[in-house]
Write a protein that binds this ligand. Structure first.
Ligand code: 5GP
Ligand code: MG
Ligand code: MG
Length: 173
């Protein structure tokens, strides 16, 4: 299938916003240690850029859950790779690329809550609030975007375009 990619957020806009989020987090978590958990693979670019700007003690880990194939939700959430660290009594910050229906995050949040995290916050680069079905919202949000399928800065279309340094909308021809 043929498509083009139309810029939604430029590299400069994304980088500027990530620095702002980092400063906000640094202020809110002052004097504390953060366990940063990235959801693979989409959050990787965002997470690495973000945490480099936070001057606090940080431990990182990754979890891989899947619910999507192509551009449509299957509604099934599988834990493909769990975290290695114990979240008990930790201040956990979950990093996500985008909140769409919210199903993925509500599942992950409940799972980590059950394991006894001391606090649990969500930081997402993008938010598509119009598609929400689960009771979940981001505590730290980079950008609210319209209901379009986006790629770049970690987000893929059938595994491609994660390396784009900007966020673009897939426009089908
Ligand atoms: P949710 O469970 O919130 O519906 O799904 C979140 C996941 O779906 C995201 O982490 C992401 O992997 C995928 N997703 C949702 N919307 C988009 C989108 O516009 N572009 C891409 N590339 N992935 C998306
Ligand atoms: Mg994701
Ligand atoms: Mg994906």
């Amino acid at each position: 299938m043929e498509y083009t990619i139309k810029t939604l957020l430029t590299r400069k806009e994304v980088e500027k916003r990530i620095k702002e989020l980092a400063k906000e987090l640094e202020k809110d978590y002052q004097g504390r240690e953060i366990l940063v958990i990235g959801l693979l693979k989409g959050s990787v670019m965002f997470m690495t850029d973000l945490i480099k700007e936070i001057n606090l003690p940080i431990v990182i880990d990754f979890m891989s859950v899947s619910s999507y194939s192509g551009t449509t939700s299957t509604g099934v959430i599988n834990v493909l790779k769990d975290i290695d660290v114990d979240v008990k009594d930790k201040e956990v910050l979950i990093i996500e690329d985008i909140i769409d229906t919210g199903l993925t995050l509500s599942y992950v949040k409940k799972m980590l809550q059950k394991r006894g995290a001391k606090s649990l916050k969500i930081c997402t680069l993008l938010d598509k609030p119009s598609r929400r079905t689960a009771e979940i919202k981001g505590d730290y949000i980079g950008f609210k975007i319209p209901d379009e399928f986006v790629v770049g800065y970690g987000l893929d279309y059938d595994q491609y375009h994660r390396n784009l340094p900007y966020i673009g909308i897939i426009v089908k021809k």
